[in-house]
Design a protein around this ligand. Structure first.
Ligand code: ADP
Ligand code: MG
Length: 616
């Protein structure tokens, strides 16, 4: 048999390596920012266009490269950072594998401009798909500028695999946060599509956190600090009362490198034990310093995983230190680690003698009686009064003793064609009678027993289907505002809003301007009140930011879900009977009336047979 093994040509090898190092635009951002840090820059600017799909540029004022080094930097395994295997155990730089530039140059159009301090003139190199297409002297300032254009231009499968601009931007901002947090003494600027997203002056850790996450963050931070020979811990945890349901700010840095560690995360969780509400996640910015010899960063190509020699000791110390800080800032009620919570009966209760249960009956209670007049509930359904007569006909034939219709016609509804396929005719008949329980549930008798509808979830379902239809069919009507509404958003948030603009316009929003931290809105969807707009948009941006992008993401769906959630009538809102009925009827006109957009049950039915058993 003839020999069949060949050595792969360099450009193929580089493309394969690129598969590991460069998953998406954000990976390029990470590598370039880290190179700029390794080059001892004090000011780093990141410029991004179209979520990095068109351009990623990093401009630094670091040590720069000589002409020879500039050329060599694109070779695989070309690095100035280690010389021998021993150096691997004494790493003080971010990079060391010498793979990033070679990988990036294999899958993009790259331009490098660089100059060292003492060189008269700098160098410019252009590379496309690992081929140097141009090299010439160039007059530039000290430092390095790398521009990466048309990422994955020669790997269409990869390019098509990229997520929406929104999601890719989120990843880029995440990487930017990680590097900027680890190096507060370096000035960072980020621009996206021509506008400033971040402008972070050189500062200390606390200021950097606040500059990134907003001034409200300042009061939420509890300092954490401890130093032993083995480990130095420094940073902040977020007070438990500000913990989020979603995994918000969770950052570990080891020797100024962002790392992911489920094990250390567990240690923080353990320190917060008993202080967090169910389902809430602790927030933290923790900077660990350990001897470089006691860790191995070499276990993952993107270097976000790390192995510690003495994991258990680090776990214990981290947990104890955070617990101590939470206690010191009188957040944790007890500092006694070994306390048995089983005996924690509150003092007042232990002394009380048991009281026999009593039954209170309010004989004058009539669930169908008029509620006291409520002022101005804005019930965000369509408001045109088209067919009031046929709406009223729904009441025809109702027995008088069961219902008193509130005649106040301050709320008007359009009548609806109700499919009501779930209910037979005589049940529909029954569905003309509803009452509200605890301003939360709408109850109605049905043939088999009783229907209980969760008003907030039901309304979410109705709005969700309506919004989704509007976004996809693009036929929503909007109400013009007499005076345009001006809302301010942080620049990073504006990036998200801009990306959602088109879909939002399909729901009925009209944006007259989005720029310089301000959004001007001249029209809004008919189903929303002007006073709700700010909250709905703020929540939307928040939800988009927190979306886990890899979990079958659909932006339209997310948008409809988020808006439906903030627009839906809240639990605790009293509803007049027309509103209750309208809600129930609209619900049954939905495609999927029984589950909320967030997959919670919207309604339950209670069987009369079950009541029978209770009366035996
Ligand atoms: P690594 O960072 O692992 O060494 P890279 O491929 O990222 O590998 O970079 C290769 C080399 O190019 C670096 O070791 C460094 O000498 C040089 N280099 C890259 N970016 C810069 C920069 N912004 N400023 C100065 N030198 C740089
Ligand atoms: Mg590097």
């Amino acid at each position: 048999m003839t020999d069949i093994i060949q050595l792969l040509p360099d450009h193929v090898a580089n493309q394969i390596a690129a598969g590991e190092v460069v998953q998406r635009p954000a990976s390029v951002v990470k590598e370039l920012l880290e190179n700029a840090i390794d080059a001892q820059s004090t000011s780093i600017k990141l410029v991004v266009k179209d979520a990095g799909k068109t351009l990623i540029q990093v401009i630094d004022n670091g040590i720069g490269m000589s002409t020879t080094d500039a050329r060599l930097s694109f070779e695989r395994h070309a690095t100035s950072k280690i010389k021998s295997a021993d150096d691997l155990f004494n790493l003080h730089t971010k990079g060391f594998r010498g793979e990033a530039l070679a990988s990036i140059a294999a899958i993009a159009h790259v331009e490098l401009k660089t100059k060292t301090e003492d060189a008269e003139i700098g160098t410019k190199i252009t590379i496309e798909g690992s081929e140097v297409t141009q090299q010439e002297p160039e007059v530039v300032a000290k430092g390095t500028t790398i521009s990466v254009k048309n990422l994955f231009y020669n790997i269409p499968a990869r390019r098509n695999f990229l997520k929406s601009n929104n999601v890719e931007t989120r990843h880029i901002i995440d990487e930017f946060h990680r590097v900027a947090l680890a190096h507060p003494q370096v000035e960072f600027i980020m621009m996206h599509n021509g506008s400033d997203v971040f402008n972070l002056p050189a500062s200390n850790k606390r200021q950097r956190i606040v500059n990134i996450f907003g001034s409200k963050m300042n009061e939420k931070l509890v300092p954490v600090s401890e130093a032993t020979e083995m480990l130095k811990i420094d940073g902040f945890v977020i007070k438990p009362e500000y913990a989020k349901k979603s995994r918000g700010e969770q950052f570990f840095f080891v020797n100024d490198r962002f790392i992911k560690s489920a094990y250390l995360h567990h240690a923080v969780n353990a320190a917060f034990e008993g202080l967090l509400k169910d389902g809430a996640h602790p927030g933290y910015f923790l900077f660990l310093e350990v001897d470089t010899k006691s860790i191995d960063i070499n276990i993952h190509p993107t270097k976000t995983e790390i192995k510690f020699d003495d994991e258990h000791a680090i776990y214990a110390m981290l947990r104890a230190t955070i617990k101590h800080s939470l206690g010191q800032f009188s957040i944790a009620p007890v500092l006694d680690f070994e306390k048995d919570t089983g005996f924690d009966t509150p003092y007042e209760y232990s002394k009380k003698s048991p009281v026999a249960p009593t039954i209170d009956v309010d004989r004058s209670f009539n669930p169908f009686k008029n509620e006291p007049k409520q002022k101005n509930i804005i019930f965000p359904f369509k408001r045109e009064k088209k067919n009031a007569a046929s709406w009223e006909s729904l009441y025809a034939g109702l027995k008088d003793e069961t219902t008193v219709v509130d005649q106040d016609d301050s709320i008007e509804f359009e009548s609806e064609q109700v499919s009501g396929s779930l209910f037979e005719t005589d049940q529909e008949e029954n569905l003309r009678v509803t009452f509200q329980l605890q301003n939360k549930y709408i109850i109605s008798p049905i043939k088999s027993g009783m229907l209980v509808v969760h008003q907030h979830l039901a309304h979410q379902r109705i709005l969700y289907e309506e919004l989704l239809k509007n976004i996809t069919v693009q036929e929503a009507v909007s109400q013009q505002l007499l005076f345009p509404l001006q809302l301010s958003f942080s620049n990073p948030d504006l990036v998200f809003l801009e990306d959602l603009k088109e879909q939002l316009e399909h729901t009925g929003f009209v944006f007259s301007q989005i720029k310089n931290g301000c959004v001007e809105i001249s029209g809004i969807p008919v189903s929303i009140a002007e006073s709700q707009v700010e909250q709905v948009l703020t929540q939307l941006v928040k939800d988009v930011k927190e979306e886990v992008p890899d979990a079958g993401f659909s932006q339209n769906d997310l948008l409809a879900k988020s808006m439906a959630k903030s627009m839906a009538v809240k639990t605790g809102t009293p509803l007049k009977q027309e509103a209750q009925l309208h809600l129930v009827h609209q619900l049954f006109a939905c495609k999927e009336p029984s589950v909320s957009p967030g997959n919670r049950p919207v309604l339950v039915t209670l069987d009369a047979n079950d009541f029978d058993k209770k009366f035996m």
